[in-house]
Design a protein around this ligand. Structure first.
Ligand code: SF4
Length: 327
């Protein structure tokens, strides 16, 4: 029988001791135009690729402990915890697929987005050279790998979302989105006669259940789902990905949506799909749903599926230049 593995992540002090940021590094936000974020982003990638956020670890452990000891589901989730410990301890990627790299940058007035893109790209190239990231950027038709995680022709990878805000600090979030889980994301157009799904919350529920049933274990379940109700085909998918950044266990600001998320997560966990599709009661770790406005003629439900290896992290550079990592 497999022994229950306890998650034992290295302490923040040990993580900081391995940082690529020189000790005492501080930004000068008084000169935001001259800011260079290459090193902070490299450090963010070093952490994100090898450390899972605490809320995700806790959800995996909770799932494991809900499974029958010694079952395939229990052993699979237990191996995931072992994997988490190994990756963290050795600062190696949590999964061989280090994903597509997506950034969200929120910043005060004055930051050059063009310069930030150049610096973030340089950080991604260097993280790839150091094998923190697998080269995952291939030409679509030929399959030829650029080798650097860059899209040399069209500037599509890594993906960027910039937002100027009123706060003085800069916040950079990153997600490493695996290819397997990306493949099982889905977009529905309601009404959907085949599903018997109308333009209401019951219809939305049917779409989400359908996507999870079709995914089975292929998205490396247990999954975390981001679901956008409404928007258009592009904004719905964008929002659904962003929703995966929300910490598991945090409440939806809309109490009705919060109840919907909790009920549906419990229902998905009765489907019997389980971790990696091996059966069990841990199919979904959480669902994050948000309603958007839409065109009267269109009703989309956009679903992004994130695997158990839900790598996300962020760095905040405070007004005084001090960096802090949420990971
Ligand atoms: S879906 Fe996630 S866990 Fe599965 S291979 Fe891809 S990155 Fe790894």
């Amino acid at each position: 029988m497999s022994e229950c593995v306890i998650p034992t992540l290295t302490s923040p002090e040990v993580v900081a001791s391995k940082s690529v940021l020189p000790a005492g590094w501080k930004a000068d936000l008084a000169n935001v135009k001259g800011l260079d974020i290459t090193l902070p982003v490299m450090e963010l990638l070093r952490r994100t690729t090898s450390r899972l956020p605490q809320d995700v670890i806790e959800a995996i452990v909770k799932g494991r402990d809900a499974e029958e000891e010694g079952s395939r589901a229990f052993n699979t989730l237990n191996d995931m915890v072992r994997n988490i410990n190994l990756a963290d301890g050795q600062v190696t990627p949590l999964c061989q697929d280090t994903g597509s790299i997506i950034f969200w940058v929120r910043h005060p007035f004055g930051l050059s987005q063009r310069a930030a893109k150049v610096q973030i790209r340089a950080a991604v190239v260097e993280a790839t050279k150091r094998s923190w990231l697998r080269p995952n950027c291939v030409e679509s038709l030929s399959g030829k790998n650029s080798g650097t995680n860059m899209d040399p022709f069209h500037d599509h990878h890594p993906a960027f979302h910039f937002e100027e805000w009123d706060k003085p600090e800069i916040e950079i979030s990153v997600m490493q989105k695996g290819g397997g889980c990306e493949n099982v994301g889905a977009q529905y157009r309601l009404p959907d006669a085949a599903l018997g799904a109308g333009r209401d919350i019951k219809g939305v529920r049917k779409c989400i259940i359908d996507a999870v049933v079709k995914a089975q274990g292929q998205g490396c379940s247990p999954g975390i789902l981001g679901v956008a109700i409404g928007g258009d085909r592009v904004t719905g998918y964008e929002k659904s990905k962003e929703l995966i950044l929300r910490k598991l266990g945090t409440a939806n600001a809309d109490p009705k949506m919060d109840a919907f998320e909790k009920d549906l997560t419990a229902d998905l966990n009765t489907l019997g799909i389980g971790p990696m599709g091996y059966g069990g009661v841990t199919t979904a770790l959480g669902i994050h749903v948000e309603e958007m406005y839409r065109h009267p003629a269109s009703f989309y439900v956009s679903i992004s599926y994130m695997c158990w290896s839900s790598r996300r992290g962020s760095i905040t550079i405070a007004a005084n230049g001090q960096p802090s990592f949420d990971l």
